[in-house]
Design a protein around this ligand. Structure first.
Ligand SMILES: [Fe+2]
Length: 315
């Protein structure tokens, strides 16, 4: 499919080995998770200004992200819309279905469908999660966490390498939202993620809302978690909101992507990009979808911070 923004490099080697230089081709601007109810407005705004503006209606996102699983059909309106959107925006595929951490290995049927879709749209970035969603023939509608052990790292790295070899491109892996910790962890999350990058040549999708959720639920320091991540590994950042359940022993945060980005997540984001410089940053909003203008307002806020970080970082 021809596309104005088909800038994805065509690798001439496989990515299942360490030491690969990783291209991260999304622009270091803010993007939005694109939902069907916003297709028409995203196209209407495709020629608007891609600069932070006090008037969010005049702001055009720098790129868009979709869940490829929503396009695993051969034709119909979803593909007509996505084809039109692809002509105007850099595109990211954020997979939610490979189940890379499953003990029996990733979901091969999902991987093959993803490969077909990547061939069709040539997305600028492909990502999935540090999680598992299936076992013994069962599928679960959740992104379940993994223990941070050497054995688990080697198994997960093998699945990432298999994915990259099939897709013939490096992928990004997202840090999870956690609700419980494993007693047998042998390393912390950052060490696990960095080792995964070393072993596979993959990059990181650093979800800063997930940091707030995990830190609050597990009693960790979110600022230390942000400071522990190597910015050179990060090809994309996610910002989102979460739900709060108040319990006797404190709040439990639920990663539902159904509300504005919180003040703490904005603070953590500023802290990260002050050190990292501007990174492709997505406003992720998957439930209780707001008006397009609300989503764009959040993206414009992120763009303002990225612009400021670009000045600070250059200085
Ligand atoms: Fe995310």
């Amino acid at each position: 499919m021809p596309g104005t923004h088909r800038r994805n490099p065509q690798p001439d080697r496989l990515y299942g080995s360490a030491g690969v230089t990783i291209p991260f081709p999304l622009p270091p601007s803010s993007g939005i998770g694109l939902k069907p109810q916003h297709y028409a407005q995203a196209l209407d705004h495709a020629s608007a200004e891609n600069a932070p503006s006090r008037d969010a209606d005049l702001f055009r996102p720098g790129w868009v992200e979709v869940h490829p699983q929503n396009y695993f059909c051969e034709g119909g309106p979803p593909h007509r819309w996505l084809t039109a959107v692809r002509e105007h925006y850099p595109l990211s595929f954020h997979s939610v279905g490979l189940s890379l951490g499953s003990a029996e290995g990733l979901d091969q049927a999902e991987l093959l469908q993803l490969a077909v879709l990547c061939e069709r749209y040539q997305p600028d970035s492909v990502s999935d999660h540090l999680s598992w969603s299936g076992s013994a023939g069962n599928r679960y509608p959740d992104l379940l966490p993994l223990p941070y052990t050497r054995e688990c790292l080697d198994h997960f790295a093998a699945q990432v390498a298999r994915t990259q070899d099939t897709l013939k491109r490096p992928i990004l892996i997202e840090n999870p939202s956690r609700y419980l910790a494993f007693s047998g962890d042998e390393m912390d999350e950052a060490a696990f993620l960095h080792a995964l990058c070393e072993q596979t040549g993959c990059g990181l999708l650093f979800d800063i809302n997930n940091v707030e959720v995990s830190a609050t639920n597990l009693g960790l320091d979110p600022f230390a978690m942000v400071d522990a991540i190597d910015p050179a590994r990060v090809g994309e950042v996610h910002l989102a909101g979460h739900a709060v359940e108040n319990h006797e022993d404190g709040p439990l945060l639920i990663d539902d992507h159904g509300s504005p980005v919180t003040d703490l997540t904005w603070q953590l984001f500023e802290r990260f990009i002050e050190r990292a410089g501007p990174k492709p940053t997505l406003i992720e909003w998957d439930t209780d979808i707001p008006e397009y203008s609300v989503l764009i307002g959040e993206a414009a806020r992120a763009a303002n911070l990225l612009e400021a970080a670009s000045v600070t970082h250059a200085a």
